[in-house]
Design a protein. Structure first.
Length: 79
């Protein structure tokens, strides 16, 4: 099942029945992109949902890009 757009993704997340999620980061790898003053970040780990002790594996990649005023923003995010 795919969901695109902020409204669609938010509606799907709100419809899920879990109450809490704990993230356990196992590995985080960051690589600079000097041509855009950005950083690509790859994270792997476990999600513990509610009181279930069987973790769900996850991987997330996101790109932080430097804006014109020097701040960083998330340009792309894949979970």
């Amino acid at each position: 099942e795919q969901f695109q757009g902020a409204q669609s993704i938010t509606q799907k997340l709100a419809s899920l029945s879990f109450q809490k999620v704990q993230h356990q980061v196992v590995k985080c790898d960051c690589q600079p992109n000097p041509t855009e003053n950005g950083v690509i970040i790859f994270v792997t780990g476990n999600l513990l949902v509610d009181d279930n002790q069987n973790p769900l594996k996850f991987a997330q990649t996101f790109y932080l890009r430097q804006g014109p005023s020097g701040n960083y923003f998330c340009q792309n995010d894949m979970f």
